[in-house]
Design a protein around this ligand. Structure first.
Ligand code: URA
Length: 536
């Protein structure tokens, strides 16, 4: 539908479908759109991304001309094309691509969001990558990171290669459908729990109510058998099931957890004894793949073509506050299988990552150190850091009067009541003031919405540019910058500092959180709290 496409008039870069034998369609590699090199040469995937793709195909025994290479849109997009124009371009190219792929039943390696959007209608390919899924057109898709992303972040090269490998196997019919091992999510649990008594290593995972922290269920198991037991009020505190579960957690087997600090502290707080050596798969992954994310969802996707059970459960990353709250408060019917899968994955990763550590020079030594530090940081979280309440109250008073003062000075310069600093100095009325009332040129753009952005860079540039020629503009920009800074300080570190009843905060310490190797903290991010504040 080129006539209604925002790219109408541009030169299309056609697909490469050499020798596509009828009855034996080739593996499809679907990219997003041609880049500069593709536009020049008239061939898809011939630039740096194409080279990266060719390498990954070759590593899996496939020559570039043995695959069908194409793109979601055939013309090179404009710089900073808006999301609306992207959607329109994809829809305009859809009839062409539908006809080109034919099918149903093709196997498609989907590289990047736009390819995935055409195939499934879903956004955010990262939440689905690595696991085969059906497309709207009846094809089988292996969602993957884009080779251009890998060029920017070479740590992901093995992940991209692995996804290409899965697509090749899928195309050859050699990737068997994923089979979870035995997941026990209904009582009686006792016979299954008893079967775990002799396991040398037991994976454990708990799920709790996000608000109260009360544990809803405990999962325990191996890579063959995973049992998820609901706790009271969903189950009976003195049942044989619960007694057996207590016995397993307290036995001498190695206990395998992904992000052990969280679960171990919760279990301790709720009176569960956990004994045996601790093995944390998040630490093992930090040893073998220090530059990659370590959350269970990502690690599992990069290692196994298992369905993205966390995404299906509506958890993004491992952070329960990001969209997962409803799911963790939701019915046990879906929580228990979710928990059982977490357990299985930790058990599988234990074996796989340890095998890699065994082959890594001094890998075991590093992992042992990480485990020792893990216990120390766990203790640090438990004890917490004392905050001086009087001091905090003084900061609150100072910040309040400072912000009040900024508001007053702002109003002197901008009498229009419709334009207001609000809670944090970031709202449309402030953007309009600079871009419409003052009619200043746009300095920054919001990457997602492609609209003008009044960020710190823009304000700082206005201060510099207009300090002499339009002093009022520079003054207002200075006030907005300062107001933003101090309201953030107050919002992040004074008003919402999670201080317990005794005056302690309990951040979680991560020993591999920063690339520089220093420790980092979350909830709150202690290392970003300013050491001192100068109120000017
Ligand atoms: N990136 C793509 O998505 N497609 C190409 O053809 C080249 C780069």
């Amino acid at each position: 539908k080129c006539s209604v496409c925002p790219l109408n008039g541009k030169k299309p870069v056609g697909p490469e479908v050499q020798g596509n034998a009828i009855g034996h369609p080739r593996l499809v590699v679907l990219g997003e759109s041609p880049g500069e090199r593709e536009d020049e040469s008239g061939r898809p995937f011939v630039g740096p991304s194409g080279k990266r793709l060719d390498k990954a195909l070759a590593a899996n025994g496939l020559a570039r001309d043995a695959v069908h290479v194409t793109n979601a849109i055939l013309c090179r997009p404009k710089e900073k094309m808006s999301p609306a124009d992207w959607n329109q371009a994809i829809e305009c190219c859809r009839p062409r691509l539908d006809a080109e792929l034919g099918g149903p039943g093709r196997t498609v390696l989907a590289c990047g969001n736009k390819a995935f959007q055409y195939l499934t209608g879903k956004a955010a390919i990262t939440n689905w990558m690595g696991s085969p899924c059906p497309s709207l057109q009846g094809h089988t898709v292996l969602p993957s990171i884009h080779p251009a992303f890998v060029l920017r972040k070479p740590a992901y090269i093995p992940v991209f290669k692995e996804f290409v490998r899965r697509a090749v196997l899928l195309h050859k019919g050699l990737l068997p459908p994923w089979q979870w091992p035995v997941l026990v999510t209904k009582g009686p649990y006792a016979p299954h729990l008893a079967a775990l008594r002799d396991a040398p290593a037991l994976a454990i995972d708990i799920e709790n109510f996000p608000d109260s922290g009360i544990i809803r269920c405990i999962g325990v198991g191996t890579d063959k058998l995973s049992v998820s037991v609901p706790l009271p009020p969903g189950g009976d505190a003195n049942s044989e099931d619960i007694l057996l579960l207590r016995e397993l957690l307290a036995n001498g087997a190695t206990k395998v957890l992904h992000n052990s600090q969280f679960d171990l502290l919760e279990l301790k707080a709720h009176g569960w004894l956990v004994a045996g050596p601790i093995y944390d798969t998040i630490l093992a992954h930090a040893v073998v793949a220090p530059q990659l994310p370590h959350d269970l969802s990502f690690v599992a996707a990069s290692e196994y073509p298992a369905p993205r059970w966390k995404t299906e459960f509506k958890v993004v990353g491992d952070d329960k506050r990001k969209g997962g709250v409803a799911a963790f408060n939701g019915p046990l019917d879906s929580l228990l299988p979710y928990n059982a899968k977490d357990v299985v994955m930790s058990a599988m990763l234990h074996k796989r990552l340890q095998a890699r550590i065994d082959k890594t020079y001094r890998g075991q030594e590093l992992l042992d150190d990480y485990h020792r530090l893990n216990l120390i940081s766990m203790q640090m979280k438990e004890w917490g850091i004392f905050t001086e309440g009087d001091n905090l109250a003084e900061h609150r008073t100072n910040l309040d009067s400072l912000l009040h003062d900024f508001k007053r000075r702002f109003r002197e310069l901008v009498p229009d009541e419709a334009c207001d600093l609000g809670a944090n100095g970031q709202n449309p009325s402030i953007s309009r003031l600079f871009l419409e009332t003052f009619a200043l040129p746009v300095v920054s753009w919001n990457k997602e919405t492609q609209s003008p952005s009044l960020d710190g860079k823009a304000l700082t540039s206005y201060v510099g540019t207009y300090a002499v020629s339009k002093a009022i503009v520079a003054d207002v920009a200075r006030i907005v910058l300062a107001y933003r800074k101090f309201s953030k300080l107050k919002g992040s570190y004074v008003d919402t500092l999670p201080v317990d009843g005794l005056g302690f905060v309990h951040p979680t310490w991560r020993i591999f959180g920063a690339r520089t190797g220093r420790w980092s903290a979350t909830d709150p991010a202690m290392q970003t709290i300013p050491k001192e504040v100068r109120y000017k």
